[in-house]
Design a protein around this ligand. Structure first.
Ligand code: AMP
Ligand code: MG
Length: 371
């Protein structure tokens, strides 16, 4: 299939109009949102939605989110909204929040993977909103990556995965938030975060009072996540990844990187600007490491994480060592993604010692303390 590529800088109205025409005709188009790029099709047309699953290689038991452009567009999709659902819509829409509500009969089974609920979001990105309006339907859209790869946050990464598989790609530049939307189940007695994302737990609690987090999100393999998609490894770079967490994470990562360099290992290092500049001052010229920084602070980490994981695939290190952050604010979402990317190979770095928190098969030198 030939894939059209529209640069929105040139003639945005015409490009969005053409893309909307393809969606209304049952085709699949990738488009930017404020979280990550989405792969959109008419959410009420089961044949069109089936093309999304085919393009991504997505398992059929993983339901899709319906994207709308006006809050009232949710009404035909659900049998009813409770007070929590309405409060969330009023406060956080448009924005990076998806609510799970009881589904109505017009929502095709393929969208919900047969569940009796449906996930709905109203994105704030102007291109996404314009595309939904012009298409005249709710747009079913998962992230625009091949299943198992990190979600794309720019059009080049979408093109890498989707050229030849979809009718078109709208290039709207980089996504600002960089991790997927927060998914909240409003049908449980206490609203429950099924996937942490751009709207933080603290923001939800401020609006709703008590909020729960699905306990399966901690990575305990014995627990089954309530959002079917959260059970997949996802977000994985090609190389094995190991993650330092805890108060001494930055220090231990720095020490491990220096040891890796002394052994001439081709290691990928995922860190912030502070660690990167410290390493560059202390490593010899022509060293064997690939050091990628996200900048400084959690918003930078959220914005750049997936892009950096894809950069590591291009650089092809033998393994990646990363540095975690605390779980406050956006930290809950980025640590959920980072731990999955690392296949839950997690080392806890505290004063004086490093211990395995989860996973096995760690290279010996990662567990040592000091240089
Ligand atoms: P993605 O399409 O990649 O953004 O992923 C959508 C996420 O929302 C996946 O983790 C899905 O399992 C989850 N999801 C979608 N619909 C529902 C639903 N009705 N109930 C629970 N989780 C859902
Ligand atoms: Mg996804």
């Amino acid at each position: 299939m030939e894939t059209k590529f529209w640069e929105l800088k040139k003639n945005p109205e015409a490009a969005v109009g053409e893309a909307a025409g393809l969606i209304a005709a049952g085709e699949v188009v990738a488009f930017p949102t404020e979280t990550v790029y989405g792969l959109g099709a008419d959410g009420l047309n089961p044949e069109a939605v089936a093309k999304i699953f085919a393009a991504k290689g997505r398992p059929a038991d993983n339901p899709l989110i319906l994207h709308i452009a006006d809050p009232e567009q949710i009404l035909p999709l659900t049998t009813g909204l409770n007070a929590n659902a309405r409060a969330l819509m009023d406060t956080f829409w448009p924005g990076p929040l998806t609510i799970v509500v009881p589904r109505s009969a017009i929502v095709p089974d393929i969208v919900t993977a047969g569940l009796d609920t449906v996930a709905v979001r109203m994105p704030s990105h102007p291109v996404a909103a314009a595309l939904i309006r012009a298409s005249g339907c709710p747009i079913a859209a998962p992230s625009a990556n091949v299943s198992g790869k990190p979600s794309p946050t720019n059009a080049k990464d979408v093109a890498e995965d989707m050229t030849g598989k979809v009718a078109g790609i709208l290039d709207g530049g980089n996504c600002g938030i960089g991790v997927e939307s927060t998914v909240v189940d409003t049908t449980s007695p206490v609203p429950t975060i099924l996937r942490p994302g751009g709207i933080t737990r603290e923001m939800l609690e401020e609006r709703l009072g008590a909020v729960e987090v699905d306990p399966a999100l901690n990575g305990d393999p014995a627990l089954r996540p309530k959002a079917p998609g959260m059970k997949y490894r996802h977000y994985a770079p090609r190389a094995s990844m190991y993650l330092y967490e805890g108060t001494q994470a930055a220090r231990r990562l720095t020490e491990a990187a220096i040891r890796a360099q002394k052994q001439g290992l081709h290691a990928g290092i995922l860190c912030d600007d502070g660690v990167k500049s410290h390493l560059e001052e202390n490593l010899r010229r022509g060293h064997s490491l690939e050091i990628l920084s996200w900048g400084s602070g959690k918003p930078d980490l959220a914005e750049h994480l997936y892009e950096l994981l894809r950069d590591f695939d291009r650089l092809d290190p033998d393994f990646i060592i990363g540095m975690g952050v605390d779980e406050k604010g956006l930290g809950l979402a980025v640590m959920n993604r980072m731990r999955k990317a690392a296949g839950y190979h997690i080392l806890l770095a505290e004063e004086g010692k490093t211990v395995v928190r989860s996973g096995s098969g760690f290279p010996e030198f990662l567990l040592a303390t000091g240089e």
